[in-house]
Write a protein of this length. Structure first.
Length: 139
């Protein structure tokens, strides 16, 4: 594998993260606690792998791929990218707090912040896929 392959790895990790989050949500809503825990731990592992690959890629190539689209698509791209970047920065600490509360057995506190963390993390994962598509597929 080469550095240039990492964006393709990253989009796969983002998509997998979104699927695991959805499965974890369904599991907790149907009271399958062990499955919920497994899905969420897997989502954290996948998210960590994404973060490592993302940092390696951006350090190695000294930045990222510039968006070359024009017109309305440029507006659409940045309207997705800007909240994606801001919320991605917020997402990491919320995931850590949410997971820490679960691992400590503080389930009331875990549930309160998970109601914020899940949609935040889901948005970051899904919007990451759209950013990739706009950079590498649709342009």
């Amino acid at each position: 594998m080469q550095i240039s392959d990492l964006p393709h790895v990253n989009v796969s990790l983002n998509a997998l993260s979104a699927l695991l989050l959805g499965a974890g949500f369904i599991a907790i809503k149907t009271r399958r606690i062990a499955l919920h825990k497994a899905c969420m731990i897997a989502a954290m592992v996948v998210g960590t792998a994404f973060l490592v690959c993302y940092v390696i890629y951006h350090i190695a190539i000294k930045g990222g791929k510039p968006y070359t689209g024009q017109g309305i698509m440029r507006t659409v791209y940045f309207s997705i990218l800007i909240p994606h970047v801001i919320l991605a920065a917020v997402n990491l600490p919320t995931v850590i707090v949410t997971a820490t509360r679960a691992f400590k057995g503080q389930f009331d506190r875990h549930k309160r912040i998970a109601r914020i963390t899940l949609p935040l993390w889901g948005f970051v994962s899904v919007s990451g896929v759209f950013v990739y598509l706009m950079l590498y597929v649709w342009m």
